[in-house]
Design a protein around this ligand. Sequence first.
Ligand code: SF4
Length: 181
Amino acid sequence: MSNPPAFAAKVTASVRVPSPSSEPNTMQEAQKQAASCTRCSLCHDATQTVWGEGPVNASLMILGEAPGDQEDLAGRPFVGPAGRLLRTNLEDVGLAAEEIWLSNAVKHFKFVSRGKRRLHQSPNEGEIKHCRWWLDLERRLLSPRLTVALGATAASSLTGNRAPLSLGAAMWKLRLTAAPC
Ligand code: SF4
């Protein structure tokens, strides 16, 4: 008798998880491995893994929750409406997005379909936990002096708990979301 598909998928997933001995030691290699990640079910419906982007010697990392619809299609972080607003606000405070490492706590788009539209869903705790393996690796390879979490999911992924945002992160978020004059 053949094994049920769910069991087969589980076995495939466990085989594809990188072992410690094959842990990538460059950002390029990490991105390549993450492209075939099946640690959680988000990989099944999303178009592609959306890895971080920026200079690998960036001292500032900005971390969002997860890619949205446009990021999923483009395979790049922060290219949708919220990302464009972020880039504009960074410019307003004298920061160039090209000098910052932009990434997300969870690397695959989560959504529900409503007709032709794909509506964003926040990743759950399990998905955040699975993807933290990649985030930890990404941060080890980058070694940023400062990581700014945009929102509760990013903050909880960094801290490992659901504690409210710190005042500093909340103030930064306010600056970034304030409408330009
Ligand atoms: S969301 Fe993260 S852990 Fe889940 S499949 Fe995508 S890259 Fe892997």
